[in-house]
Design a protein around this ligand. Structure first.
Ligand SMILES: Cc1ncc(C[n+]2csc(CCOP(=O)(O)OP(=O)(O)O)c2C)c(N)n1
Ligand SMILES: [Mg+2]
Length: 552
């Protein structure tokens, strides 16, 4: 065997982490890394570095682990920045390795090809962790440290810049073995104090308790479910909190807090327990949503409780550990919940769903077709488009948090890259991507990645000839449209040019058969929904953002 180099070290690190697929673009500044990954694992050549990070991020989300992206130095690393921001907002685990110029010229401003002013500063700004390899013998430690940082709850992206000469430099085979034995798993949970657990008394005394769960419950679904049982509580979730308790469970009202039914239920509740949530502006009517004053808040971040809504009890710790401790104490005390509360929660669940379904008009046929065609476990990746923001984020059933893939920071254009990453994380399962024509156009090149890798991915493109959500806002609040009407391709010809199967939905009757055939096939399909032919939604969607003086 030839002497191992940085590429072999990266492969050993990724194997130890259980990562078998890596996304990126090859360059003179990452050749040994790409070569080793392509030889020993699977290298997926995406068409933009932003998509490399999106795909790696969703690969990690879909597996409940970490994903890896490889980029070039300079523009390549810069192209990754927007998607690193998404991973930082979402708290998801991405190991981003980028090249760097030869170490002997680093930081000298000689105009070396791809040289960048303060690349580490840029990566530090958009990552949870950023480091430079300055010595080949230290690369193994830095990779381990970066992976540990990305995985530590709450997660985030870790970026490592690695000068090209130090990638080629020989690695001690013993360092590779060490990598296998020392690579981190999940962090150790911290225990809440006994005093904090006084909150259990408040919860046990509640007559009409509600729980609000965010993304922090992703790994605590069983513990959350046990607490709901003990308390007889209903469950509201943020978009991120979906699936920890499967959404076909009647205790789950779901991602409906800020709608009329959610508000009514919140007004009736006397105690609320929130777990691992940001109370993001778009999910709380810019923080004006009214919540019960008696509020127990659990978060791993000690700064989170009380940051948005006052918390009567702040419990810092791992969600699963704290929920279990609370449940034991609630059982010991006995819950005081009104016997009819479970029925009220169930009624709210049905009401919220029926009202939303009615408001989306003919798009309900597509919702029903997807719900019928997908198996219980399938990733549903959503770009930021009206069908996601209105019904996809609420009515498409999520049964496991790993299937709930969407850009939490709200940036368009990331859905297809995410869908490709998720589909390659579970090649045996179908994956669906919901995108708008505008969001898809941001990274149209990824259609070629889709055509090349041929995962079981159904890409449903909702074509309304532009940025519909902004168009709706401008029509409602301004007297002219600006920047919202777009030229869109002939998707049938585009699919043909890329070598992708294509199907069109132009009526409610098309939806069932078209979606079923695409989802059942063993490769990719581009499904275009012609929104002009399908007809308008009953209630046009405008996003939950405020315009001064207009919508309050
Ligand atoms: C990176 C980024 N740029 C701009 C925006 C603003 N934005 C939000 S939704 C949207 C329109 C998306 O259009 P499309 O994908 O066609 O979905 P539609 O609204 O038409 O359903 C835009 C431009 C954004 N969210 N993210
Ligand atoms: Mg559109």
């Amino acid at each position: 065997m030839t002497t191992p180099n940085g590429g072999d070290l990266l492969v050993a690190t990724l194997r130890a982490l259980g990562v078998d697929t890596v996304f990126g673009i090859v360059s003179v500044h990452n050749l040994p890394l790409v070569e080793a990954v392509d030889r020993d694992l699977r290298f997926v050549p995406v068409r933009h570095e932003a998509s490399a990070v999106n795909a790696a991020d969703a690969y990690g989300r879909a597996r409940g682990t970490l994903g890896c992206a490889l980029t070039s130095t300079g523009t390549g690393a810069g192209n990754a920045a927007g998607s690193l921001i998404e991973a930082l907002s979402a708290g998801t685990s991405v190991l981003h390795i980028t090249g760097q110029i030869d170490s002997e010229y680093l930081g000298q401003g000689r105009g070396f090809i791809h040289e960048t002013k303060d690349q580490l500063g840029m990566l530090t700004a958009v990552s949870k962790y950023a480091a430079t390899v300055t010595d080949a013998a230290d690369a193994a430690r830095i990779l381990r440290e970066a992976a540990a940082a990305a995985l530590a709850v709450p997660g985030g992206p870790a970026s490592v810049e690695w000068p090209i000469d130090l990638q080629f430099a020989p690695q001690d085979p013993a360092a590779l073995d060490g990598t296998l034995s020392e690579t981190p798993g999940n962090p150790v949970a911290t225990e809440p104090s006994a005093a904090e657990l006084d909150a259990a008394a408040l919860l046990a005394g509640a007559r009409r308790p509600l729980v609000w769960a965010g993304g922090g419950v992703a790994r605590a679904g069983a513990e959350l479910s046990a607490l709901l049982d003990a308390l007889g509580a209903g469950l509201l979730t943020s978009n991120s909190g979906r699936g920890a308790v499967p959404e076909d469970d009647v205790r789950v009202v779901g991602n409906f807090a800020s709608g009329p039914t959610g508000r009514a239920l919140l007004a009736e509740a006397d105690v609320m327990l929130s777990v691992g949530t940001h109370f993001r502006s778009n999910e709380t009517a810019d923080y004006r949503l009214e919540l019960p004053a008696a509020h127990v808040q659990i978060d791993i971040d000690p700064a989170a409780p009380g940051r948005v809504y006052p918390a009567t009890h702040a419990l810092t710790g791992d969600a699963a550990t704290v929920l279990t401790a609370l449940t034991e104490r609630i059982i010991a005390r006995g819950a005081a919940t009104e016997p009819s509360w479970g029925e009220r929660v169930r009624e709210a669940r049905e009401q919220a769903r029926a009202a939303l379904r009615d408001g989306i008009g003919p798009q309900a046929a597509i919702l029903d077709a997807l719900t019928a065609a997908l198996p219980r476990r399938a990733v549903i990746a959503r770009d930021v488009t009206i069908p996601s923001s209105s019904w996809g984020n609420r009515l498409l059933p999520i049964h496991d948090p790993r299937d709930n893939v969407f850009p939490r920071g709200g940036g368009i254009g990331q859905g297809l890259g995410m869908g490709i990453g998720a589909a390659l994380a579970h090649p045996e399962r179908p994956t669906v991507v919901i995108a708008g024509d505008g969001g898809l156009a941001v990274h149209l090149g990824e259609l070629l990645t889709l055509a090349q890798e041929r995962p079981r991915l159904t890409l449903v493109v909702f074509n309304d000839g532009g940025y519909g959500v902004l168009r709706n806002m401008q029509d409602a609040h301004f007297d002219r449209r600006s920047g919202v009407d777009l030229a869109t391709p002939d998707f049938a010809l585009l699919a043909r040019a890329a070598g992708l199967p294509y199907a069109r939905i132009a009526s409610e009757a098309d939806a069932g058969p078209v979606i079923k055939e695409a989802v059942d096939s063993d490769g990719p399909t581009l499904v275009e929904v012609d929104l002009t032919a399908l007809g308008p939604m009953k209630n046009p969607f405008t996003p939950p953002v405020s315009i001064p003086g207009q919508n309050q």
